[in-house]
Ligand binder design. Structure first.
Ligand SMILES: [Zn+2]
Length: 258
């Protein structure tokens, strides 16, 4: 990964609602040598962003959740919102991210059994699509097997995540296993140790920061953007000011709203 050794500014998208401002973003990335990353591997990436990446000849990394590929298994946070309804579900998603992993899993299992709704299905990307994108220059990389919060997992759970995603990459001829983005950005001393033991060479955070001065391959900073981010705001984010102002405005919000 030559680009990474140069310590680039990295932006991160998640679900892509529509192409919205993406073409304008890509114009800027081309001029500034900015690396595009996308987490979770939602099918919307293939529909909306992949065609534009090809057109603009921009390199990108797509971090996929290997346990979902070729299935209709939904993202667990979407399933939670579906089962509890958007308002209560949305709050619950934040709450369970703080729980030990086994407790979150047991809670979801129990909800599925007790809520009287048809199981939620979500079309996920397929191996064929991943191979097509890899062929076209998108790096298909590792976002774990089931997207747990890594800092809430036991060592055995972490090892299992890496073992299963490694097997997935090897079996399908996909190359990006060693590039890993922490689900939700959550990391700890233990996660870093297990990641290294599992052969990960680059680990990406989700901290809304510009690259740190001393490049640490296991703590690579990334900025958060969406397809709807305006060009003005994008310039603001890329300048680094947004990540400095954001904690202050969050504090103010807390003070003003209790
Ligand atoms: Zn994610």
């Amino acid at each position: 990964m030559k680009e990474l050794e140069l310590n680039p500014t990295i932006v991160t998208y998640h679900k892509i609602d529509a192409q919205h401002k993406l073409a304008a973003h890509f114009n800027i990335y081309q001029q500034k040598n900015i690396l595009v990353t996308v987490d979770d591997g939602d099918v919307s990436f293939y529909q909306h962003m992949f065609p534009l990446l090809k057109q603009y000849k921009l390199p990108a990394i797509l971090f996929v959740i290997t346990g979902l590929i070729d299935t209709k298994i939904p993202f667990w946070w979407d399933e939670l919102e579906y089962l509890l309804g958007p308002e209560q579900g949305g709050k619950k998603v934040w709450e369970v991210k703080e729980w030990p992993n086994h407790k979150r899993l047991a809670y979801l299992e129990q909800l599925r059994a007790t809520v009287d709704k048809a199981p939620l299905e979500q079309q996920q990307l397929t191996t064929a699509q991943l191979l097509e994108m890899q062929e076209a220059g998108v790096t298909i990389a590792n976002h774990s097997h089931t997207h747990p919060m890594f800092d809430k997992c036991t060592e055995a759970e972490l090892q299992d995540e890496f073992m299963k995603s490694k097997q997935f990459f090897e079996e399908r001829g996909l190359k990006g296993y060693r590039l890993f983005a922490y689900p939700n950005g959550n990391h700890s001393t233990l996660t870093e140790k297990v990641a290294k033991e599992a052969g990960i060479e680059y680990a990406f955070l989700f901290d809304h920061k510009l690259p740190s001065k001393g490049f640490n391959p296991y703590r690579i900073s990334r900025l958060s953007v969406t397809d709807q981010t305006s060009v003005n705001k994008l310039h603001f984010i890329l300048s680094g000011w947004h990540s400095r102002v954001l904690p202050v405005s969050k504090k103010l919000y807390k003070v003003l709203n209790g």
